[in-house]
Design a protein around this ligand. Structure first.
Ligand code: GRF
Length: 215
């Protein structure tokens, strides 16, 4: 399954996806990594692995709509079957949403619908919840509001701050995102126009809801 990954930052989720592919745990191929920021460390990571990289920087375009259309053209060049937002910090608009409708997934560091938007681990700490985690969901026009594909839960410990909680959540992300991409690749999750469908291999799909994974 051909995948284009969109990144804005560090790229630890990109790294975990590439590691899962290398280890044979994810039958996908990252054909390009595209960023809104030339300085994103994730781009260097991709470049070092010989993966095509591109920057589509909003400041090079007169407005968000034109930028979004340019991003859609850049992504479409690689004809991906799936677009993965892995720490991509921009809201997408009509060109991206229409062109890749139902074929775009995002990973978010909270158990949605709780704590959408930025600083989700800080929001969780501030609310003193005892359980948080990560969510992989389809991208729609809202902020972290699309249909949920899978979640993994982690505890929030009394001594946690936003940084320590985010580190724990990221360990779950690094497992969950490749697992969901594999589930899409092998047909355990089918992305249909009216939302995700879990196929006959439902038991396999269900195991991805827990961290650590149930065996
Ligand atoms: C992750 O925590 C993800 O949930 C959020 O942005 C962060 C990206 O981290 N959307 P990284 O760049 O993959 O390390």
């Amino acid at each position: 399954m051909k995948v284009v990954v969109l990144v804005s930052g560090r790229g630890s989720n990109l790294q975990s996806l590439l590691d899962a592919i290398d280890a044979g745990r994810c039958e996908a191929s990252v054909v390009a990594v595209i960023s809104d920021r030339a300085a994103a460390p994730a781009l260097a990571l991709a470049h070092a692995r010989g993966i095509a990289t591109e920057v589509v920087n909003p400041s090079d375009y007169p407005d968000r709509t034109t930028w979004d259309a340019a991003l859609a053209r850049a992504v479409a060049t690689y004809a991906p079957e799936l677009v993965v937002l892995a720490g991509f910090m921009r809201i997408l608009e009509a060109s991206m949403l229409q062109r890749f409708a139902g074929r775009m997934v995002n990973v978010h560091p909270a158990l949605l619908p709780a704590f959408p938007g930025r600083d989700a681990p800080a929001q969780a700490v501030a609310k003193r919840v005892s359980l948080s985690g990560c969510t992989v969901h389809l991208v729609d026009a809202g902020v972290d509001s699309g249909p949920i594909l899978a979640q993994a839960a982690v505890p929030v410990l009394p001594a946690d701050d936003a940084v320590t909680l985010h580190e724990r959540i990221q360990r779950a992300e690094h497992w969950l995102l490749p697992a969901v991409i594999q589930a899409i690749a092998n047909g355990s999750i089918v992305l249909e126009s009216d939302g995700p469908r879990y196929t006959g291999a439902k038991d396999n799909a269900a195991t991805i809801f827990y961290w650590p994974p149930l065996t």
